[in-house]
Design a protein around this ligand. Structure first.
Ligand SMILES: Cc1ncc(COP(=O)(O)O)c(C=O)c1O
Length: 503
């Protein structure tokens, strides 16, 4: 006689601990959506962060070992929601201005749920026919938005580091000898070197180390007073390297540097690349969406001269983490770098030349459907909605700079795109006095730590011309002018307390 277990396996109604009935899914799904809606509605009334220590959080989780048996999904989701809503740092809060993480489009959360429910593997067209076409269209729209031809191609990746890595490897493959793929990097003639501004994000160091070039292959080019790469110094460095037998292969321009939002002179870098037959990559992970604003066309002139661009929809296009994008002028450079055809893949490229297998365009093999949130949010908001929100973020950043500039105890330092740097300078300190320099740096560092623990707002830091600054990056559609005015009030109030404590 068949046991109950055998019957269940045979019947097509397999009894597993992981399946959820339609009714249960509806019930717990509705509950979850209700509590997320409530969370979003009340986010502005919560502290930006509960700033709990790892010990405090561990004690909330409880030091349990792996559960042997299961618990109801409903109970788990209720507990997880409470945990996350009440013990997280909320980057969707209107006063979150740290690093470069945006408030996330609520539609993005629903899109991720839908994407996970269908769960296409967007590594191969045959496994994700609709999702692949949606990703292709999303990439075209990203190109269109920033004003480059839609003939560019690309791939969605997890974020800025990966977008830059993906381009780095394509650049190397395009610019060094054909036999490199077989013989490896150590056999290339002349040590490969690349150029970037001294303000370039740390991804470049990871890339140089991980891809076998070493940190010494990076030529950090000094920046001018506006924090932009000094083009004269760039040309000089290339000439020196060529004389010494090095092999330059790429220049990285930055469109919105992580500390101050400075945009390099992209057109001038493009010209240097052309003159020296170098790959021109732009790290626009943060700033390049601002190229979509007609009034900023001049600032971003030269974008279309690049060979590749990194752009993060999870930064200034307000998509939930994770989604970055590598755009490449000639998409063949991606397939030349990443494509392989093992016998166990029956993934033809099709006679139509349209069938695209994304595993051939980047580092990942199996890939999730991160395009859906970007695609849906583009349609929800439209080009007009995006340019409006980005322009408003810039306006708020300028307002912060102006308010800091007009306040007797604040020093406004820089403002570019939507990043403002400033610092607290108590009335009894002379800002330029040599003897106060170190004190003002440690005062502002201590103030930042205190603000980050306080939960009223969240700023990060930048060091500009050896001055330790508070830094606000506004990629936040929830921020209002009132929030910015309150930043001034909070920083000066807390600054006075820290000053009193330190002096
Ligand atoms: C200019 C720039 N490039 C790259 C990155 C890395 O992006 P991600 O953190 O998404 O990997 C950042 C992050 O802030 C950035 O500002």
């Amino acid at each position: 006689m068949a046991t109950e277990k055998e019957n269940s396996l045979r019947s097509g109604n397999r009894d597993t601990p992981i399946e959820i009935s339609r009714q249960e899914f509806q019930e717990i799904g509705h509950q979850l959506i209700d509590s997320i809606a409530n969370f979003i509605e009340t986010i502005k009334d919560k502290p930006v962060t509960s700033a709990e220590s790892p010990e405090q959080l561990l004690s909330i989780l409880g030091d349990k070992s792996l559960p042997e048996n299961g618990t109801s999904a409903s109970e788990l989701l209720t507990k997880a929601s409470d945990l996350l809503f009440n013990h997280s740092l909320l980057n969707g809060h209107p006063k979150f201005f740290g690093y470069i993480t945006s408030s996330a489009a609520p539609l993005g959360a629903l899109a991720d749920l839908l994407a996970a429910a269908v769960n296409p593997n967007v590594g191969a067209n045959i496994l994700s026919p609709a999702a692949t076409e949606i990703e292709k269209q999303t990439i075209k729209w990203l190109a269109e938005f920033i004003g480059i031809p839609t003939s560019w191609g690309g791939i969605l990746v997890s974020g800025g580091n990966m977008a830059n890595f993906t381009a780095f490897l394509a650049a190397r493959n395009a610019k060094i000898s054909d036999d490199f793929k077989e013989d490896g990097i150590s056999t290339t003639s002349g040590k490969l070197v690349l150029y970037c501004s001294a303000k370039t994000h740390t991804w470049i160091e990871k890339a140089a180390v991980l891809f076998g070039h070493g940190n010494k292959s990076i030529r950090w080019i000094e920046t001018d007073a506006g924090q932009k790469m000094d083009i004269g110094a760039l040309e000089h460095a290339i000439n020196q390297d060529l004389k010494k037998g090095y092999k330059p292969f790429m220049i990285v321009g930055t469109a919105g540097d992580v500390s101050t939002g400075a945009v390099d002179n992209l057109h001038a870098i493009g010209a240097v690349c052309k003159a020296n037959d170098l790959w021109f990559h732009i790290d626009g992970a943060y700033g390049i969406p601002a190229a979509g604003l007609p009034e900023l066309k001049e600032l971003f002139a030269g974008v279309d001269e690049a060979d590749s661009i990194a752009l993060d929809p999870h930064k200034w296009l307000y998509n939930p983490l994770e989604v970055g994008c590598t755009l490449v002028k000639n998409p063949r450079h991606l397939t030349d770098t990443y494509s392989s055809h093992p016998e166990y893949y029956n993934f033809g490229t099709g006679e139509d030349n349209l069938t695209q297998n994304y595993y051939e365009y980047g580092l990942q093999n199996s890939r999730g459907f991160r395009a859906l949130k970007v695609w849906l949010t583009f349609q929800q908001v439209g080009r007009h909605g995006y340019t409006k929100m980005i322009a408003e973020d810039i306006e708020l950043s300028k307002l912060l700079f102006e308010l800091a500039n007009n306040h007797k105890e604040l020093e406004a330092i820089t403002q570019s795109l939507s990043i403002t740097t400033f610092r607290y300078v108590p009335s009894d300190c002379a800002r330029e006095a040599e003897g106060e320099k170190a004190y003002l740096n440690s005062l502002n560092e201590e103030l930042l730590n205190s603000l980050q623990r306080g939960g009223e707002l969240f700023l990060s830091n930048a060091v500009v011309n050896e001055r330790y600054c508070l830094r606000a990056c506004i990629v936040n559609f929830r921020t209002s002018k009132k929030d910015i005015e309150e930043v001034i009030e909070i920083v000066t109030r807390e600054g006075a307390k820290v000053h009193q404590r330190l002096r």
